[in-house]
Design a protein around this ligand. Structure first.
Ligand SMILES: Nc1ncnc2c1ncn2[C@@H]1O[C@H](COP(=O)(O)OP(=O)(O)O)[C@@H](O)[C@H]1O
Ligand SMILES: [Mg+2]
Length: 391
């Protein structure tokens, strides 16, 4: 088929031609916007799931809805380590400058004077220079350099300003499980505080399946602050549509056998759907796509995953870490007990902790529950077994 018309978008955070099966989350978010504008209270939202299920694209879609409603929004991304912690604070400050500046033109300076003074003070405190907002910093607000206090001032003043025009303020956070403890707990505390003051402020976060547990760890009341949504593989009908709808938009169709084969081989996992759909587009000579086309696409899709998606993770691991991963692979995708891994490697669980920590920091595994670890992408265990001779 014509390469320029390929309607599939394999990748990270790339909007799919058709965002299938996420209407419930979109509706819930829409309700949050509408209810807030009518002064009803709400909870923030947390999306959690493995890599490649579509959390980032959903988060971006939700942000699009909020912008459409003229809300003030910013987006930050968690990154592990000390550099990541500094970066998250800088991005927070920088994004606030940009977002509030964009807003002045619309609502006029008077209503936003306090907001701008506080944002200026907050950004100075975190070492971000940059665009002037045309207002002196307010030395009494958000100027201590202590994240917990400054963030609280900031969120109070920004959301109070937004409330005066019946809108709200949202911080979208991707890879939220990687935020450092200080920032994470400051954010959760602010969400709690805003709820009590009936301020229209929300955190909408996305992260790995351990994110809800991390939130509960930093603040035990976190479990009541958010609407938690598990984002996973698509339902059968939605998986079919995510193949057929984008194809139809450019005038192509699947034969029913062809569609069965591809839905099956992807396990209804969104990233694989895009990868195999794209391979289908490349191999098919004409529409409707046939069973043979689908078989060829399945082979090519899998080869592509085996030469890109999986090795890009495997290659990041050191020999010692690979040994750990290979030991985990024996348990498949559902996860392994850290004690059992230690036993298999004839080592003490504590002596393996640094290796495990490195693998978590590299985003290859996550701690799915206490004493357990699992791969962050589906199919990794099988890949390692297929490649075990290379360990
Ligand atoms: N609901 C969906 N329907 C079809 N494809 C999707 C859907 N959500 C995501 N995708 C595709 O899956 C891939 C991974 O999406 P991404 O948002 O980066 O996942 P995550 O953030 O969970 O790792 C992208 O190629 C994207 O186009
Ligand atoms: Mg993502």
């Amino acid at each position: 088929m014509e390469p320029a018309l390929n309607p599939y978008s394999p990748g990270s955070g790339l909007q799919p031609g058709f965002l299938a099966g996420r209407q419930a989350e979109i509706d819930a978010f829409d309700l949050l916007l509408v209810r807030t504008e009518r002064s009803f209270s709400n909870r923030g939202m947390v999306l959690s799931g493995l890599r490649g299920v579509g959390k980032t694209v959903l988060l971006n879609r939700l942000r699009g809805l909020a912008l459409h409603h003229d809300w003030l929004t910013i987006k930050i991304e968690g990154q592990p380590g000390e550099a990541g912690a500094a970066e998250a604070r800088k991005t927070l400050a920088r994004e606030l400058q940009v977002a509030s500046r964009r807003y002045i033109g619309r609502v006029g300076l008077e209503k936003f004077r306090q907001l701008l003074g506080t944002v200026t003070s907050f950004t100075a405190g975190f070492g971000v220079e940059g665009i002037s907002l045309g207002v002196e910093r307010d030395p009494a607000r958000a100027g201590t350099g202590l994240i917990e206090i400054d963030l609280r001032d900031l969120i109070e003043d920004v959301s109070a300003a937004m409330r005066s025009i019946r809108k709200g303020f949202i911080i979208f956070i991707d890879e939220m499980q990687d935020l450092d403890e200080d920032l994470l707990s400051a954010l959760v505390t602010c969400q709690h505080h805003a709820g009590q003051l009936e301020l229209p402020f929300y955190i909408v976060g996305a992260g790995l399946p351990n994110l809800p547990a991390r939130l509960a760890e930093v603040r035990s009341y976190a479990e009541r602050l958010f609407d938690f949504r598990l984002i996973g593989t698509l339902a059968e009908a939605d998986a079919r549509e995510s193949f057929t709808v984008p194809a139809k938009q450019v005038g192509a169709e699947y034969g029913s056998k062809a569609l069965d084969i591809l839905v099956d081989v992807t396990g209804r996992y969104p990233y694989f759907i895009q990868e195999f759909g794209s391979a289908m587009w490349e191999v098919a000579q004409a529409s409707p796509f046939t069973e043979e086309d689908a078989q060829a696409a399945a082979t090519i899709g899998l080869q592509r995953l085996d030469s890109g998606f999986f090795p890009s993770r495997w290659d990041r691991a050191t020999p010692r870490e690979r040994e750990y991963l290979a030991t985990m692979a024996l348990d498949g995708d559902q996860g392994s007990s850290t004690g059992e891994i230690a036993q298999r490697l004839s080592a003490k669980a504590t002596s393996l902790a640094p290796t495990r920590g490195q693998l978590i920091a590299k985003g290859l595994i996550y701690s799915s529950e206490y004493g357990k670890v699992a791969f962050t992408v589906p199919g990794m265990a099988d890949f390692i077994k297929r490649q075990h001779h290379e360990i």
